[in-house]
Design a protein around this ligand. Structure first.
Ligand code: HEC
Length: 273
């Protein structure tokens, strides 16, 4: 509901003024310390960042789409960020979706997408779950569309938090560093699932918490979890969870091993905080 009201509000604002007054908030941190917070307008970004265009078969609209945008690295540098020192980025969307990107998450560069080609900065609405919403103000994509399977592009991005350090989150599987299956599951969970789900109450809140008080593997069986993760719509019509048909049995096992392992690291005290 909240998200829907926001979409209407944004539509109203952009309808009212013909000038493009979209902007992005930047927060730069070094570990927990905030180095600066600032807001950069689209005019300022367009003045110095390299232009990029992208066309591909969209996994979201299921048809060919063409976009225009700006090199993310340029946009960040212009905001005063030393991009070579960045270890982690959180792209925050209007509804609370947080896409976490770390060095190695994607191989191709990131792009701040400013609109569909030839529309002067507009986007076509997307059906999400039982709602329809507009992806503006900004979409963030990678130049190689195939990477969508490793990192879900965030839309409705209005805030970007960059950090020169990558602190260990509460969903980190401490003690599993020598277990490659669990670590692979952790990395996959971090790039594709944490934006909607929390573990130990850290992560997004579009989907349910998966560890406390009960770990998901304590009350759902493995075969069900595999089938559900691959295609939630086969259980619940118009689920807001995306489908992950491309995941192999091995990748699903890694995700489940990771989730199960987190059951040994429950942070139950956080429930009453
Ligand atoms: C776009 C947001 C989103 C993403 C990304 C997402 N989920 Fe979900 N997930 C949800 C929502 C919403 C639900 C509740 C589903 C419903 O009721 O239709 C859910 C439910 C679940 C459940 C609970 C099923 C049950 O029966 O209780 C599991 C397990 C799960 N997701 C795992 C994952 C895994 C693993 C990933 C990454 C591969 C993932 N999710 C990615 C939104 C998401």
């Amino acid at each position: 509901m909240f998200r829907f009201v926001f979409a209407i509000l944004l539509g109203f604002i952009s309808f009212q003024s013909s000038a493009d007054d979209r902007k992005l908030e930047f927060i730069l941190k070094d570990g927990p310390q905030v180095l600066f917070e600032k807001t950069v307008g689209i005019d300022q970004m367009q003045a110095s960042a390299a232009q990029r265009s992208l066309s591909f078969q969209s996994p979201v609209y299921n048809k060919p789409m063409a976009y225009e945008g700006l090199s993310f690295k340029d946009v960040a540098s212009q905001a005063g960020v030393d991009f070579s020192k960045v270890e982690e980025i959180k792209f925050v969307a209007l509804d609370g979706f947080v896409a976490t990107w770390s060095k190695g998450t994607t191989k191709s560069p990131l792009i701040v997408v400013t609109g569909e080609q030839g529309t002067g900065g507009k986007f076509t609405d997307i059906g999400e779950g039982k709602e329809t919403l507009n992806p503006g103000p900004f979409y963030v994509m990678t130049t190689d569309p195939k990477e969508y399977n490793n990192w879900i592009w965030p839309f409705q991005v209005y805030k970007i938090e960059l950090n020169y350090q990558a602190p260990k989150p509460d969903y980190y599987p401490s003690g599993a560093e020598d277990k490659p299956v669990i670590m692979a599951g952790y990395n996959a969970f971090k790039s594709t699932c944490i934006s909607c789900h929390s573990i130990n109450l850290e992560g997004g809140d579009i989907g349910p918490e998966l560890n406390i008080p009960k770990n998901i593997t304590e009350y759902r069986d493995i075969e069900y979890l595999k089938a559900f993760i691959k295609n939630p719509n086969s259980y619940r019509a118009k689920s807001r969870m995306l489908t992950f048909e491309h995941l192999s049995d091995q990748q699903l096992n890694e995700l489940i091993e990771y989730m199960a392992y987190m059951g040994s690291l429950k942070m139950l005290d956080k429930i009453n905080e």
